[in-house]
Design a protein around this ligand. Structure first.
Ligand code: HSE
Length: 323
């Protein structure tokens, strides 16, 4: 019997390939578990045939990624194969990671999306992006991070626990300034502090702002972001866990932002810039006054989502006519 059963063992000879996945911000303003955006930091997964599973890691945020069977990418690939009645073939996987872990920039969503895309490519399942969205949302539990990583741009989605509905649209071409604290925050803890119930006034106001945010994004009305990004679903409860959040939400607009929000479950804070230099100076001053280490940096939206390509080595061989 081959490694996979069902005749899939021959795929040990598959041609090396690379999956490239952008990171994402979720919960854009009041779009809790619903509005996300892809950003230009990437997870790159390079697969090549091997007799045994072997993992290696590189990139600025490689540290902390497990390199055994507990690796999230490998376990999602195994699960996806099992759901198709197959077992996972061995491979060599080089993980190059630019996405900070547990900082609210969708690192686990990118890993899940990368795993689904890789399995789809390896086994030629023929899943389209909608199918990958369905599978990835089931693993992740909400569609905004995985949707942004799959489709790119801004995504607006809904998930009822069984089915994800999601549309993607062009993301604002605005400079984005983020503060990425050095210290991670557990998403589990950040979800734990949220209330189980919201009153009518809160829900109506916050959902009306989410509706306004969608309209503002579609019509490029950046002047409306200040109001449309205000949230009552999660930010007020997470302020105690996220240094600088209260101050930045209150004063970012006076300091060069169109609007600001907690990115995902935090602790990264993100703002669309009207005046990028001023906003960066302001973010830096907030964190240096608190004496809290954080990377203050510029990001841009990624208008494209995850894709599969030949590895650089394969491309060279193709140009030289070897394959
Ligand atoms: N929507 C999620 C949350 C994002 O806020 O908990 C982090 O996974």
């Amino acid at each position: 019997m081959d490694q996979c059963g069902n005749g899939f063992g021959r795929m040990r000879e598959f041609a090396p390939f690379e999956v490239v996945v952008p990171c994402s911000t979720a919960n854009l303003g009041p779009g809790f578990d619903s509005i996300g955006m892809a950003l230009n930091r990437y997870l790159r997964l390079r697969f090549s045939p091997a007799k045994e599973l072997s993992l290696s890691v590189s990139g600025p945020y490689g540290a902390g990624i497990e390199l055994d069977q507990d690796n999230l990418i490998v376990s999602v690939m195994k699960q996806a194969c099992a759901e198709m009645g197959l077992s996972l073939i061995p491979f060599q996987l080089e993980i190059e990671n630019e996405i900070p872990l547990a900082r609210g920039l969708g690192s686990s969503a990118a890993a899940i999306v990368g795993a689904c895309m890789a399995v789809n490519h390896l086994y030629q399942f023929g899943w389209d992006r909608e199918e990958i969205l369905k599978r990835a949302t089931k693993y992740e539990g909400h569609p905004d991070n995985v949707g942004a990583s799959i489709f790119g741009g801004v995504v607006i989605g809904s998930w009822d626990g069984r089915k994800a509905h999601l549309l993607s649209s062009e993301a604002p071409n605005l400079p984005i300034v983020v503060a990425i604290p050095k210290r991670p925050l557990s998403t589990k803890l950040a979800r734990h502090v949220l209330p189980s119930f919201y009153d009518k006034e809160t829900t109506v106001l916050s959902s009306s702002r989410a509706n306004l945010l969608v309209a503002a994004l579609l019509q490029k009305r950046w002047d409306l972001l200040q109001v449309a990004m205000q949230d009552l679903f999660h930010q007020p409860y997470r302020e105690t866990l996220v240094p600088g959040l209260r101050e930045i939400l209150k004063n970012a607009v006076k300091n060069g932002a169109y609007g600001a929000a907690l990115s995902g479950a935090g602790p990264t804070i993100l703002a669309f810039a009207r005046d990028g230099e001023r906003l960066t100076r302001y973010f830096k001053s907030v964190f240096s006054e608190m004496n809290i280490p954080a990377d203050i940096t510029d990001l841009k939206a990624s208008q494209t989502g995850a894709f599969v390509q030949l590895t650089a080595e394969q491309k060279r061989s193709r140009v030289l006519g070897k394959i």
